[in-house]
Design a protein. Structure first.
Length: 495
């Protein structure tokens, strides 16, 4: 503990964002370049090094947060990088994309603003690359065992890196033309520039991990054939079956799923397209769904140059402080948060009818209406109570030339035939069933990540990847030295 009074003398200061008017004109990350390192050591000083660090329990990876906070406060970046990478394969991803449940569990957060754990993590990860603290770590010798990982999101990549470093020969199969899963085509570049992903993939290739893109397992290669080719298979395809909105007018042109819209915008940034065929430029956009994916659509539509953008959230607007009765510390509370996209929408006044920033709360979609050509032109909604019952005389009509559905995901997609060809057992909610060792009902086939857990956070995805790697290593060799931070049955802290 470098400064025992740091939490009393130093106020919380977060990585500053670029001015709204500047950042909405490009797709670069929203933060001021170079502005984190000058403040991060003092922010790390705010860590209390408490006797029972609940940030450990709040983080499924078990990140050694007080240890690397102390090392950063002393500016020992190499040691901080070693401690950070000891539990997390991809801290540059989580430092940008994770909503930081560790900060909700920070002991300081009981009565003060939490330590900026996420910012410290990001600073360590970026400094590690700059200083060369994250070199490839190829195995000393190969085991002679082979593993196929289906899916290249954070779960698949974490599992692949762990198993490669353990000496197994690992091939990652990805249905898209580039590796990365939702981090590649679902997460906008203004949240995480793809250079961070490319840098980590180069490290993995140097370690020996092999990648097979544009390959749909179940269609381009039979699932049974793949199983016969490898000693073990990990299914980490994610939960990509999106939820629908079955209301009148859904068939109208101009209503799309968020994951139809966001990948096209990312492909423009990748240089694949000159312009997105679903661009929001000049259109009145309504986003149905109040979560992070909806916020990603919001920031993207603003950068497209939409005429207006409104986001509908069926839940009530949360308060500024946690409800100690229903969401006591150290659980992750549902409080009002202003993401970069919502800050942009608020300052640019993209949604004059909204309650706050671009959001309309307690809003439920009743129907869509279109023009004579069958294109959507308006969305009709109603205000609802806590039990989602319509309130009388609360109807409202919003102009809508483009509607984006961001309602979450129900489980893995079955259209490619992978699940049926392997005859994998499913849970009642549609996710892949597995036992306490991440094993499915098919010998040698394991399941991890959102495909088995259900839609979750990136930090849980990486934890699943590390844990399933340990299970597969034990299956192949009889024992393992790989870390297994969670079991398939662990869940976030809750009341």
């Amino acid at each position: 503990m470098a400064d025992p009074k740091g939490f009393m003398t130093t106020p919380r200061e977060e990585w500053p964002r670029r001015p709204v008017e500047e950042r909405v004109r490009d797709w670069n990350e929203v933060y001021v370049p170079g502005a984190l390192l000058p403040i991060v050591s003092e922010q790390a000083d705010r860590c209390m090094d408490c006797g029972i660090p609940f940030c450990h329990d709040a983080c499924p990876l078990g990140n050694l947060i007080p240890e690397w906070n102390d090392l950063v406060s002393r500016e020992d970046w190499r040691a901080a990088s070693d401690r950070l990478h000891a539990t997390n394969n991809f801290p540059e991803f989580t430092g940008r994309l994770c909503p930081a449940p560790c900060e909700a569990g920070c002991v300081l957060a009981i009565n003060q603003p939490a330590v900026t754990i996420k910012n410290v993590e990001c600073a360590i990860a970026d400094r590690a690359w700059t200083e060369g603290f994250a070199p490839p770590r190829p195995p000393d010798r190969l085991s002679g065992r082979t593993v196929a990982v289906i899916g290249s999101g954070p779960t698949g990549l974490a599992a692949a890196q762990q198993l490669t470093r353990a000496g197994h020969t690992v091939a990652v199969y990805e249905r898209d033309d580039r590796i990365g899963g939702l981090m590649r085509y679902g997460i906008p570049a203004f949240k995480m520039e793809k250079r961070h992903l490319e840098r980590r993939l180069a490290q993995m290739r140097a370690e020996g991990t092999r990648f097979r893109t544009s390959t749909v397992v179940g269609r381009d290669i039979g699932a049974a054939e793949l199983r016969a080719r490898y000693d073990a298979v990990i299914v980490a395809t994610g939960a990509t079956a999106w939820r629908e909105l079955p209301v009148p007018g859904r068939e109208l042109v101009g209503i799309h799923q968020a994951m139809e819209y966001l990948p096209l915008a990312n492909r423009v940034c990748e240089g694949d397209l000159a312009a997105s065929p679903l661009s929001a430029a000049g259109k009145h956009v309504v986003i149905v769904g109040g979560g992070d994916t909806g916020a990603d659509c919001l920031g993207t539509a603003v950068r497209d140059g939409a005429a207006s953008v409104t986001q509908l959230d069926i839940y009530a607007q949360p308060g500024a402080e946690r409800d100690e009765e229903t969401e006591p510390w150290p659980t992750y509370p549902k409080v009002y948060r202003l993401s970069a996209a919502h800050e942009e929408a608020r300052d640019l006044e993209t949604a004059p009818a909204a309650d706050a920033d671009a959001r309309l709360f307690t809003a439920s979609t009743l129907r869509f209406a279109g023009d004579a050509s069958g294109h959507v032109r308006s969305l009709h909604l109603v205000e609802v109570d806590a039990k989602r019952r319509p309130l009388p005389d609360s109807g409202q009509e919003l102009p809508a030339d483009l509607v984006l559905l961001a309602l979450g995901f129900s489980g893995p997609d079955r259209e490619d035939g992978l699940i049926d060809q392997l005859e994998l057992a499913l849970e009642p909610r549609g996710t892949i069933a597995r036992d306490a060792g991440f094993a499915t009902n098919v010998p040698g086939v394991f399941a991890a990540g959102d495909a088995a857990r259900g839609q979750s956070l990136i930090v849980w995805a990486i934890a699943e990847g590390r844990a399933v790697a340990a299970a597969v290593d034990r299956y192949l060799t009889g024992s393992t030295r790989l870390a297994a931070p969670i079991s398939p049955y662990d869940r976030p802290m809750a009341v």
